[in-house]
Design a binder for this molecule. Structure first.
Ligand code: MTE
Length: 317
């Protein structure tokens, strides 16, 4: 991945969390009043619209959330280009609705879901997670979604299902970065593919995500649906997915195919295993000046370390 310096964002720009919650409740309340009579259970929503979700304290880190502005303007989404501001500048070309997600492979109940149906299958929760990018910056994001495990259990994986593969939309008309020769250089092979071991995908922290900051997911953050895996480097959290496939072999991921010596399948946040070209021991939280120590498993060790008992994490980086 390319390394770019984070813009200097003053700490005064970090939203006070209480202010955000008060404002969000107000906005959601107003919107609910305005929309209630007209809304059907499957009505389409669009980016920026309020999205109601109950906050799960158990899954909310205490760190101050990064500002909505930074979260939506400092992005990695190579389908739009390699610069941090490409996604916010160009994401209007993505049409996130209507949208379908194919759930298939080794499952008893394969199904093609319309995103509106998928979003309403289980109660939405707000979870405040740390996101640590492999490039050395981090954010704190109030996501909205439900555990991927809920959908997986509904699909009923068979005994052959050992891994879950996530595929992003392939459409050069909507994603300028997928057009050959256009917009800078990217060594990725399209579509963007990511994967998890089945037990990682079933972990209660793994979130199927439809919104952030009380709103429907903005295009640049992976509308209409993405995965968020907070104990792994950000690139494991594939955006704008169209397929969730249950497979028996470890999927070949986009970054592994591009640079296998730099990006492994597991990609757990690990301050003790450096990237071949830079340290992973510290990170720069967007909005802060001083670098912080990176935490093992991004601070989620209590919850996820047991998934890797007996594994050499230097080898399985
Ligand atoms: N998903 C797709 N399809 N394409 C991408 O380029 N970038 C990843 C991940 N998911 C990426 C992607 C990386 S490197 C990071 S750090 C996170 O998205 C960034 O998510 P955010 O922009 O919502 O903060």
């Amino acid at each position: 991945m390319l390394i770019k310096r984070a813009p200097d964002i003053k700490s005064s720009e970090i939203t006070d969390f209480q202010f955000y919650l008060d404002r969000r409740s107000f906005l959601i309340g107003m919107a609910a009043m305005a929309l209630a009579p007209a809304r059907s259970a499957t009505a389409a929503v669009s980016a920026g619209e309020p999205l109601k979700a109950k906050r799960k304290e158990k899954f909310a880190v205490q760190d101050a959330p990064t500002t909505l502005k930074s979260i939506t303007t400092y992005n990695n989404f190579y389908e739009f280009g390699v610069n941090k501001d490409d996604p916010s500048r160009l994401a209007h070309t993505l049409k996130p609705r209507p949208w379908t997600i194919q759930v298939d492979g080794h499952v008893a109940r394969p199904k093609k879901y319309d995103v509106e149906e998928l979003m309403r299958l289980f109660p939405l929760e707000e979870r405040v997670y740390r996101l640590r990018c492999v490039e050395g910056w981090s954010m704190v994001i109030p996501w909205i979604g439900y555990p991927l495990a809920s959908l997986i259990k509904r699909a009923q994986p068979t005994s052959k299902a050992k891994f879950v593969e996530f595929t992003t939309l392939l459409d050069p008309a909507q994603f300028p970065g997928q057009r050959k020769g256009l917009l800078n250089f990217s060594s990725l092979e399209w579509p963007y593919v990511e994967g998890l071991r089945l037990d990682e995908a079933l972990h209660p922290l793994t979130l199927l995500t439809f919104g952030l900051y009380g709103q429907v997911l903005p295009n640049q953050n992976g509308a209409p649906v993405r995965v968020v895996v907070p104990w792994k480097y950000g690139f494991k959290s594939a955006k704008s997915i169209v397929r969730i496939r249950f497979v028996s072999e470890q999927p070949k991921t986009a970054w592994e195919k591009a640079t296998p010596s730099e990006y492994g399948f597991y990609s757990n946040v690990n301050p003790a295993v450096d990237h071949p070209r830079w340290t992973q021991a510290t990170e720069r939280r967007i909005g802060e000046f001083r670098r912080r120590q990176t935490l093992m498993f991004n601070g989620y060790a209590d919850q996820v370390a047991s998934l890797y008992t007996g594994m050499d994490l230097k080898k399985h980086y």
